[in-house]
Design a protein around this ligand. Structure first.
Ligand code: FMN
Length: 541
């Protein structure tokens, strides 16, 4: 009985036992974090060596960022600021790359494929993005005839996460996909482009479009599965049948290079992936929230700088309190506003809601709080949790922000304990557990993946909002599911905890060395810089 719900149950960590995992890291089989297709023609992309003339607050203003023309330069910028490298870190003999999109264990299961018509500097077809070389591998040419936008497909390589996390890895692949979706939406917004998840496409269609269903091109390579397809641009997205018809008879170049020499099988993962496959044409319910006031200003930093400087905190100082204004802004950014990144990408009613463990926020009593992200959810969450929670209005909170105090109490040790004993959940200003609607998953199992994507998107918003407020965040995929459920008195048939996050003042580890993201390419002979504006342009904020 390999339903997604039974997988979810079996992949839970418990206070007295962890979900089945490899029990140690086999360094000999560590997967390569960068997939490539030897034999496919490569197209080097220009690098953004200057900041885009757009600041963070501009993304949320009514006129948004100025719309850029779609060409090799602007798409290079989109890829660099979403899936590209942000830095290298090293410690002793070890050296590893960081990316604009974070990933559990920094293992990066998510791959990106750009699908575009002929554009200046970019031939039409399907291209695989290589973040390490910031280049596109042209897997196939195709006479795509649409205009007004491009398609971006995200896929996942489960093995990368399973190598370290075993059975629970499928969850992390979905979180990471959500982070990547939000990263794409923000990067596109910086270029003045809207994004929309193409919910009507089925997984088999996305696989055919990205070419990851071509078994002959993955003879020894780890399987790659379709995740999400995003339309980026102001125009109307072409229909699946119309796009796929243009690929009939296409010649594909390159074969996927294996990431590891040996593998350990986790049969529960292909089984849950199969059970959670999305068929064609299942539409999502549209967003129904009432209009909200504009977000308060947060930062005048150039958005390209802020995105590339985002980092996970590895420790917090355990003393600094977050200002109430910054706290309210971070929570406000979790509420969907029509047309605004990243929530306009989902264009669906929110199904994931934070329960907050507040430790150090100026003017706020420490305790457990809840932020139902839409009015319907407030009543549902209230019914699904302990009847003695207070659900009290929070003094000083902006009127439109649905923040409720459930119980005033010291929750630092609790937050750390239920987050797999990680101190980062108690030493921060606040931590949170994300409660996802679970009552509709048995009927539509593919929604299971969507819930994790939504949670990952919440995480990405918090990462970038934390950076905008000059603090830091960290995603927490390791937590004790049922210990949280028991403490909240949660009806797990209705909601379950699917992700944790924590925000505060980070302590920097001075032993780590940092290097720029693409110094290796510049040393290689240099790359033409992205030209998206005349040098006379100035950042508007
Ligand atoms: C889904 C997800 C789960 C994560 N879980 C944890 C965690 O349990 N503990 C932790 O210290 N960091 C966790 N992280 C942070 C990652 O280790 C971090 O993103 C990665 O090392 C890359 O570093 P960067 O975010 O600074 O780019 C998580 C990140 C993500 C996206």
């Amino acid at each position: 009985m390999d339903s997604v719900l039974s997988y979810h149950e079996r992949s839970k960590h418990h206070l007295d036992r962890y979900a089945p995992g490899p029990g140690g890291l086999d360094w000999a089989s560590q997967p390569d974090p960068f997939r490539c297709y030897p034999g496919a023609p490569e197209l080097d992309l220009p690098l953004l060596t200057d900041e885009l003339p757009v600041c963070w607050d501009q993304l949320f203003a009514s006129d948004g960022a100025p719309q850029q023309v779609r060409n090799a330069d602007s798409l290079a910028c989109l890829l660099q600021l979403s899936l590209g490298l942000s830095a290298w870190k090293s410690y002793g003999e070890s050296r590893w790359a960081l990316r604009c999109n974070p990933s559990s264990g920094n293992l990066h299961p998510t791959e990106g494929y750009l699908i575009c018509p002929d554009l200046p500097g970019l031939p039409a077809g399907v291209h695989h993005y290589r973040p390490d070389r910031h280049c596109l591998e042209h897997r196939t040419a195709a006479a795509f005839a649409w205009s007004g936008g491009v398609l971006l497909a995200l896929t996942g390589i489960h093995w990368r996460e399973a190598w370290k996390y075993g059975m629970r890895a499928f969850r992390y692949c979905q979180h990471d996909c959500g982070h990547a979706l939000a990263a794409l939406s923000y990067a596109a917004a910086a270029l003045g482009w809207p994004t929309r998840l193409l919910s009507e496409w089925g997984d088999a269609e996305i696989a055919a479009l990205a070419g990851v269903d071509r078994a002959g091109d993955f003879p020894a390579a780890e399987p790659e599965v379709p995740e999400a397809l995003v339309w980026i641009g102001p125009g109307r997205a072409p229909a699946a049948a119309e796009v796929l018809a243009r690929l009939a008879g296409a010649k594909w170049a390159g074969r996927a290079k294996p990431l590891s020499g040996q593998h350990r099988d986790w049969p529960e993962i292909p089984a849950v992936a199969e059970a959670a496959r999305k068929p064609h044409g299942t539409a999502m319910a549209a967003e129904t929230t009432a209009p909200l006031p504009d977000l308060a200003p947060a930062s005048r930093q150039p958005v390209s700088q802020l995105i590339r400087a985002r980092r996970s905190a590895q420790a917090f100082d355990g003393v600094t309190a977050l200002g109430a204004q910054a706290f309210h802004r971070m929570l406000d950014a979790l509420l969907p506003r029509p047309g605004q990144a990243p929530w306009s990408l989902l264009n669906a009613a929110p199904c994931v809601h934070p329960v907050l463990f507040v430790h150090r926020v100026a003017g706020l009593e420490p305790g457990i709080y809840c932020l139902p992200r839409c009015p319907q959810a407030a009543a549902e969450l209230r019914r699904a949790m302990r009847p003695d929670w207070l659900w009290a209005q929070v003094p000083g909170c902006p009127d439109h922000l649905p923040l409720y105090l459930l119980a005033p109490m010291e929750v630092k040790p609790f937050a750390a304990t239920v987050s797999c004993h990680q101190a980062i959940a108690g030493d921060s200003a606040f931590a949170l557990a994300m409660l996802a609607r679970f009552d509709d998953i048995a009927q539509a199992p593919w929604l299971y993946r969507r819930r994790f994507w939504e949670a990952g998107m919440l995480g990405q918003v918090l990462y970038l909002e934390a950076a905008a407020s000059l603090v830091q965040g960290t995603g927490i995929g390791c937590y004790f599911d049922d210990a949280v459920h028991r403490a909240l008195g949660l009806d797990t048939g209705r909601f379950q905890d699917i992700y944790h996050f924590t925000v505060g003042r980070a302590v920097v580890d001075a032993r780590l060395r940092h290097e720029p993201a693409y110094a290796h390419l510049e040393a290689d002979g240099g790359r033409r810089n992205v030209r998206l504006r005349s040098s006379a342009d100035a950042i508007r904020c």
